[in-house]
Design a protein around this ligand. Sequence first.
Ligand SMILES: [Zn+2]
Ligand SMILES: [Zn+2]
Length: 339
Amino acid sequence: MQQVLLEGPKSIKTSEASIPSPSAGEVLVEIKATAICGTDVHIYAGGVPVDYPRVPGHEAAGVIQETGSEVSAFQTGDAVVINPNLYCNHCERCITGKENICGQTLLMGRETDGVLRQYLSVPQTHVFKLPSHISFAEGALLQPLSTVVHAQRLAAIRPSDSVAVLGQGASGLLHTRLSKLSGAFPVIGIGRSQWKLDLAKQMEADYVVSAATEDPVARVRELTDDQGADVVIEAVGTPETFQQALEMTKPGGRLISFGISTQPLPSLNLLQMYLKEANLIFPRAMTRSDFRRTVDLVASKRVDLKSLITQEYALEDAAHAFKFAEEEQSKVLRVVLRP
Ligand SMILES: [Zn+2]
Ligand SMILES: [Zn+2]
């Protein structure tokens, strides 16, 4: 089978490997579509150290081709999506349903080999059946959606809440959509590219704000009777947007730090946070339960994943796909690769 290898920063090649055979509790998945996100591009560019060579990628869907002897819940031919977060299954956090913060957590494509290949064996606990109307490319986007579902669960948005979402990349757009589904009003989508703001409107944002032409903090205040938003979701991941998010959070409100900056904040005004009694939440990845809920959510057809797919490449063009995703960030929501 063909697989993609990251041999060093920005050095991608495809190589041949043997098809793995599933152990007793595993299923062999023929990968039909994968998607690459900001995390993958960051790893590609060398921003996150990994052991080379590494098979990149963690967003994938496919079809089960073989099941291990202890697998009974799945059959050959089942269309599935893969949960790429592996954990120990034994520690206190794992057994209390907080496996996303297990100390032994491994992400496929980062600490262990990823999904950019034709076949992959995964534990049966890490696949979920795809609803029949969902394509494989959309199925690959269930993983990022599940991280948004997890964050929204921690944010506990109510119909009386106002929400501002800073950044309208794929995750930001999904936050905008899910905030609307929670009944919030107004939901304010903030971004820099007009085409992404148009998509935010399509996702039913009540207002969109162009950070390229307006001061987002002043505009959010204006749209919320000078109060700020009850919930602010920072989905960019820069110190500057984090500061803006803090400034547009209503006193007593919740700030969800979703787009994590790898650079430390130059300063954090603790007095400002204290005076506001601001609640700061750092959601991490997702749990199996969030993944299960995500599958049910897309089965209800209330979330459009199709419009998040902006480019498609064949797996053997992975080098071009990563180069494009890195250099043309403003044109990309999700790049899909098909084996
Ligand atoms: Zn991702
Ligand atoms: Zn654990």
